[in-house]
Structure formats: C-alpha cells, structure tokens
Design a binder for this molecule. Structure first.
Ligand code: PEP
Length: 258
C-alpha cells in the first residue's frame, strides 16, 4: 500500500438491488462512521434505480454513492435506456464506474468509448473509476502487461488526474470466480500501472488510486489490500451484504496501523 494515498473500498452492486436492499446501504453507512473513516473512503455503486434514494439516505454519513456506468455524452439526448453523467450528478452521486469488463463484453465498449465516458464524468464533476483487466486467455498467454498498457493508454483521457480518476485493475478471470492472482502478481501489475502513469502524467502519476478487483472477500482482503500500490478494492459479490463489505473495509484497521 502506498501510504500517502487515501485508500478506497468500493462496492459494485451490478444488476442487483431493490428497495429492500436499502437496509444494506443503511447498515454500511452506519458501519463506516467510525475513526477509520478519517483514513479511507467507502463507496457503494447501486443500480441506477437506487442512486437517488441511496444518496438521500446517506446524507451526512461517510458513505459515498456512485453509479455503474454513464453515457459518453455528458448531457441529455436521444439515447433510450442510458443515463448521463449529468443525471448521476443530479442525484448527488460522486463517482461513476466506466469500462467495467461486463460493459466492455456485453455492450462492446472499446477503450475509446471508455475514455469518452470518463470525459463525460469529468464534465459533470464526477470521479471516474476506470476499469481495466485481462481475460483468462490473455493471462494464460502471458499477455497481461501488454493488455494493461494498451487499455490504460487508450481508456484514460489526457486530462485524467488523481482527483478525477481512480483506476481499477480487475483481471476478468478473477471476477465472480473465487480465483485471485497471487499477491506477487497483483504487485507486479500494479507496479507496472504505476510506472505507466508516472511516465504519462509525471509526478501526478504517483497520486492515482489503484484499486484491485476480482473476488475480494473478507478472507483474502487483508492479504490483497496490503500489496504495494494497491490503494483499495472494487468489490462485486461481497459488497451486497453489509457484513461482508464492512469486514473488507475493516481489514484496513490492521493495514493502516502496521
Ligand atoms: C467486479 O465485478 O467488479 C468484481 C470485482 O466482482 P467480484 O468481487 O464479485 O469478483
């Protein structure tokens, strides 16, 4: 972990969550209210249908609320079924995930599209969480670093800064599978991402938050979140239950004091 960077524990609820799930949002917001909240951020990205009510519920709490995607056009238009960064900001959300591997695969989103979505987020004052990650085949073929480099170069706008952008490294083969790369592998990839960011953005490259995502659970959180250049986690399945999300969040109690 890079000491100077404030970590973030973020949850992506994907296409899960109804009004009944708001109890989990309430419980998470209560759980992230202690001393630890002075040292790290907690974010939940519920489905779009719950964003406004979630931000209303969490006013004056430490829990941040984000969206899972936005259209590449920042403002309104004839795009049935999509939501704009303007709409997300209007619901008082602070972050938006762009380029999640499920969007890239199911909606054929290219790096170029992801970059445009990140720009739309910036336009509305949102922080973009830009996801990158290799497939199982690319991993097996030893192409992880090349794939990362290309995705990073092409998905990140030139005006990305540590304030408006968070990078999430999510090996696709680790998402929802219970498999994770070993800590050394995570360390190597995160070090390479950091080096690429410094090469492109100079000293500012040292300040970007780099999240790891892919089967983070209470049982492996401490090990994964202790890795150098891992500044937090993007969590899918385990973010749906407040107890699991909070157990991962609390892994930082040990990490930040050791
Ligand atoms: C994700 O899809 O962003 C993710 C990390 O999922 P999971 O934690 O369920 O592997």
């Amino acid at each position: 972990m890079t000491a100077a960077i404030r970590p973030m524990v973020a949850g992506n609820w994907k296409m899960n969550g109804t009004r009944a799930s708001l109890d989990q949002i309430r419980a998470i917001s209560e759980g992230v209210s202690g001393a630890l909240s002075e040292k790290l951020d907690a974010l939940i990205c519920p489905p779009a249908t719950l964003i406004y009510v979630a931000t209303t519920l969490t006013v004056d709490t430490k829990l941040l609320i984000g969206a899972q995607d936005c259209h590449e056009k920042a403002r309104s238009g004839a795009h049935t079924g999509d939501i704009s960064a303007e709409m997300i900001a209007d619901c008082f959300a602070s972050h938006v995930i762009v380029g999640h591997s499920e969007r890239r695969a199911e909606h054929h989103e290219s790096n170029h599209t992801v970059s445009k979505k990140a720009r739309a987020a910036y336009d509305q004052g949102l922080t973009a969480i830009i996801c990158i990650g290799e497939t199982r085949e690319e991993h097996a073929a030893g192409r992880t670093m090349d794939v990362m480099k290309t995705q990073l170069v092409e998905s990140l706008p030139d005006d990305a800064t540590p304030e408006n952008t968070v990078i999430a490294y999510e090996p696709i083969w680790a998402i929802g599978t219970g498999q994770t790369p070993g800590p050394e592998q995570v360390e190597d990839v995160h070090a390479a991402i950091r080096a690429d960011l410094v090469e492109r953005f100079g000293a500012a490259g040292e300040g970007f938050r780099l999240l790891y995502g892919g089967s983070v659970k209470p049982a492996n959180a401490r090990e994964l979140l202790s890795v150098a250049n891992v500044n937090g986690a993007l969590i899918g399945g385990a973010s749906l239950k407040a107890d699991d999300f909070l157990a991962i969040y609390r892994a930082y109690e040990d990490i930040l004091t050791s």
